[in-house]
Design a protein around this ligand. Structure first.
Ligand SMILES: [Fe+2]
Ligand SMILES: [Fe+2]
Length: 188
């Protein structure tokens, strides 16, 4: 386990990759857009599911009522993005409608990521110390890998190891464990 296992670093890297892939869709060769979009969508779903399973659940109970609502919004945004990706997969890359959908999905993802970096990362730092953040990182990495393997069993499409592939898989939600000997800061 090292500093690169910190859950925030893993999430940040996935987020940066998603944004750069969106830019590649916008400025890249339209002939490659369909395959690129398919990979991006699958990577997004794996990321979102692993995040919900490990990160959002680890923070359940931390939030007050207002931020609980905002946590619910994160789930909804994951689904909204996937819905837009599905529409784009059925559309024609480079068309006016497709480009409009790409613009909207990029805005949505950028805002979603910004909120996670500001609010979710802040809550993680409040609840977990460095060792706890690395345990969460390991759990996230493992969950993401399992999800990607399930999807790869169904599909030959592969993307980079940092953002594996997938449509929504039938993966059971794990119960995140608080790192041993590492109670929330508020309980210390
Ligand atoms: Fe995320
Ligand atoms: Fe997210």
């Amino acid at each position: 386990m090292d500093a690169f296992d910190d859950i925030r670093d893993l999430l940040r890297r996935d987020h940066e990759l998603a944004l750069s892939e969106l830019d590649a869709l916008r400025y890249g060769d339209p002939a490659e857009s369909r395959a690129r979009l398919q990979k991006l969508r699958r990577a997004w779903v794996v990321h979102a599911l692993a995040e919900e399973t490990v990160v959002y659940r680890a923070l359940e109970g931390v939030a007050a009522s207002v931020s609980s609502e905002r946590a619910d919004e994160r789930f909804v945004e994951h689904d909204l993005v996937d819905g837009l990706f599905q529409k784009m997969e059925r559309g024609r890359p480079g068309s006016i409608e497709w480009n409009a959908q790409l613009h909207i999905v990029r805005d949505l993802i950028a805002r979603h990521i910004e909120t996670e970096h500001e609010e979710t990362f802040d809550k993680l730092a409040q609840r977990y110390d460095n060792a706890g953040l690395c345990v969460l990182g390991s759990q996230f990495r493992l969950t993401r890998k399992k999800l990607a393997m399930l999807e790869e069993a169904k599909s030959p499409i592969r993307v980079s190891p940092e953002m594996p592939t997938s449509p929504v898989p039938p993966y059971p939600a794990a119960t995140p464990r608080r790192p041993a000997g590492n109670p929330p800061a508020a309980m210390r």
